[in-house]
Write a protein that binds this ligand. Structure first.
Ligand code: SF4
Length: 371
């Protein structure tokens, strides 16, 4: 009913910013384009009677187009950029033995926690912008000329699984001359509110494909939405041509699943790389304490603030009632997309190559920041 629409299970819409999107869509001076995070596509359907994990990417694209969004792209693509940047950063640090362990930086909930609780870890957190911000950065470059030509401003919308992504997009370092890299972040829940408000019948929406060129992400970019996904994505790149498929699968399996701390040790050319994957800030806090006391030692640590990773973000459907089963099903949805994607890792993605040879030529530094 009406109430559930506005206050789903009494939880977590901190503020409803859907008005802002309507304003932008009605503004003729703006070209609204969007990116969709991986986790959104395996959860939005639950607001419309679908099972957790059911993939609704094509419907989300079609709905955003109906609302007036001109082009719809895939955050998995910028996750691929993150994989390239972060694995380069890791190998550089590892070879020099500098600022290890390297902590991932794609979850703003974790970054904020670390800044507050463990400021001394600043140098250990990856300098990579998150996929959301990398996408904003690339799109601003890509639309510069077009904006000048048709005298419109490109307005960049993100559909994300959490409100921490709103706070991330608002950080001062992600604005340049008063222009934000990402103009507006709406959560999965906020998108569902808009769909209900205008009475779109979700079941009847015919699926549409994402737009080119930025609508193509690899499977590695898609699994970013679940715990262990970032690590697996980086490992797919780092282990390529060093291990056979079976050994790779054994290693990948050790970072999958919902155990609160997962570990993997990989031997590359005689060097041992120790990896930990942790999700949930309480577990991250424990792990950091163990590292500080010398009880544990790692080279690379993936941290996601939410239990299960972004699939279980606070902006997803039913955040307060989410069960282990729901987490597992939504994750499975992402691994299923990965399975049927021809592009397995970031470097298979020819769009990524084109971006490096074109838009980002000699300026990959714009993908990095000082947290
Ligand atoms: Fe947001 Fe949670 Fe994902 Fe972090 S893990 S980016 S807080 S949804």
């Amino acid at each position: 009913g009406q109430c559930r629409m506005v206050c789903p299970t009494g939880a977590i819409i901190i503020k409803n910013e859907t008005e802002k999107l309507w304003d932008a869509l009605y503004d003729k001076s703006k070209r609204v384009i969007a990116q969709i995070a991986p986790a959104v596509r395996v959860a939005l359907g639950e607001e419309f009677g679908k099972k957790p994990g059911e993939v609704t990417t094509g419907k989300i694209v079609a709905i955003l187009k109906k609302l007036g969004v001109e082009e719809v792209f895939d955050t998995s693509l910028s996750a691929d950029l993150t994989v390239v940047e972060e694995s380069n950063e890791f190998l550089k640090r590892y070879n020099k033995g500098e600022n290890l362990p390297l902590f991932t930086s794609c979850c703003p909930g974790w970054v904020k926690f670390a800044e507050t609780r463990y400021p001394e870890l600043k140098e250990n957190i990856s300098s990579c912008k998150s996929p959301q911000q990398m996408f904003g950065t690339v799109l601003r470059e890509a639309y510069k000329e077009k904006d000048a030509e048709d005298l419109r401003d490109t307005y960049i919308l993100s559909i994300m699984p959490c409100t921490a992504k709103k706070a991330e997009a608002a950080r001062p370092e992600f604005s340049h001359d008063g222009v934000r890299e990402v103009d507006l972040v709406l959560t999965t829940q906020e998108l569902s509110i808009m769909i209900k408000e205008i009475g779109i019948k979700f079941d009847e929406v015919e699926e549409e494909a994402m737009d080119m060129p930025f609508g193509t992400g690899s499977g590695a970019g898609v699994i970013f939405g679940t715990t262990g996904g970032v690590t697996e994505a980086v490992l797919r790149r780092v282990l390529k041509n060093k291990f056979d498929k079976e050994d790779c699968n054994i290693i990948f399996n050790s970072v999958r699943g919902l155990d609160s701390v997962k570990e993997a040790i990989v031997n590359i050319d005689g060097n041992e790389i120790k990896i930990a994957v942790v999700h949930g800030l309480k577990h991250a806090d424990n792990l950091i304490k163990q590292i500080k006391s010398g009880e544990k030692k790692y080279d690379l640590i993936e941290v996601m603030a939410c239990n299960g990773g972004c699939v279980a973000g606070g902006g997803q459907p039913q955040p307060k009632m989410i069960t282990r089963e729901t987490r597992a099903l939504r994750s499975k949805g992402l691994y299923d997309i990965d399975k049927t994607n021809q592009l397995k890792d970031a470097e298979d993605n020819y769009i990524v190559k084109n971006i490096y040879n074109g838009l980002l030529k000699n300026k990959t530094h714009i993908l990095h920041t000082n947290h």
